[in-house]
Design a protein around this ligand. Structure first.
Ligand code: AR6
Length: 207
């Protein structure tokens, strides 16, 4: 904890470090969107007010992709905490578009916000469900006094959301949210998704 491997002094819209960190202004002016390459299981900014977002499924009991990596890095206590999240229907702890919070256990980040994005080919309105997953993650973070939050590209892996379309939904959902975060991060595994996100942020978050 307390590690801050990310540069603080970069100017908006410019790549500033080896992990490709690019910062953009958010409203209100004290807040920034930070896009970088990397592994979200390694991310942390602050001892107690940071959270990573887990692109989970409705059962919330782990899986492949980032969900699997997050559970492995957090250790078995994360599964125990997920099991304590009440079911809203048999087997369903977090319906698509909603979000739930647990501690981060062995992760560098202190909290995990579990959200469920749409399965692109199975959802009748994937853009609405994806926007809802981002908004509800931010809402749960705010309710828990989180000041730094890091998202992966929700639904852009196993769930098959085309990432060019997902970029617009992801960045506009964050832009429109009445945020009081210090920083909202994207930590993106794939170079193609990283490039797409940076270009979309340049378009949507004018300096
Ligand atoms: N750090 C950052 N991004 C990552 C990491 C990581 N460690 N690992 C993968 N990604 P996915 P989804 C990227 O499949 O599409 C699970 O089985 C990945 O390259 O993790 O929402 C769950 O249990 C992709 O760009 O999530 C669900 O069943 C993005 O994260 C289902 O997958 C999201 O890919 C959720 O599918």
């Amino acid at each position: 904890k307390n590690c801050r491997p990310y540069a603080m002094d970069s100017s908006f819209g410019r790549v500033s470090s080896s992990n490709g960190e690019v910062r953009f202004p958010l409203s209100p002016a004290a807040s920034a969107l930070v896009i970088q390459k990397g592994d979200i299981t390694k991310w942390s900014i602050d001892d107690s007010t940071d959270a990573i977002v887990n692109p989970a499924n409705e059962r919330m009991l782990g899986g492949g992709g980032a969900d699997g990596a997050i559970h492995r890095a957090a250790g078995p206590d994360l599964l125990q905490a997920c099991l304590k999240v009440p079911e809203v229907r048999p087997g369903i702890r977090c319906p698509t578009g909603e979000a739930r919070i647990t501690p981060g256990f062995k992760l560098p980040a202190s909290h995990v916000i579990h959200t469920v994005g749409p399965i692109y080919d199975a959802d009748s309105n994937p853009a609405a469900s994806l926007a809802s997953a981002y908004r509800n993650s931010l809402r749960v973070a705010k309710e828990n006094s989180i000041k730094y939050i890091a998202f992966p590209a929700i639904s852009c892996g196993v769930y098959g959301y085309p990432y060019h379309e997902a970029a617009t939904v992801a960045i506009s959902s964050i832009k429109e949210f009445p945020n009081d975060f210090k920083e909202v991060h994207f930590v993106l595994f794939s170079p193609e998704i990283y490039d797409t996100w940076v270009n979309k942020a340049k378009e949507l978050l004018k300096e």
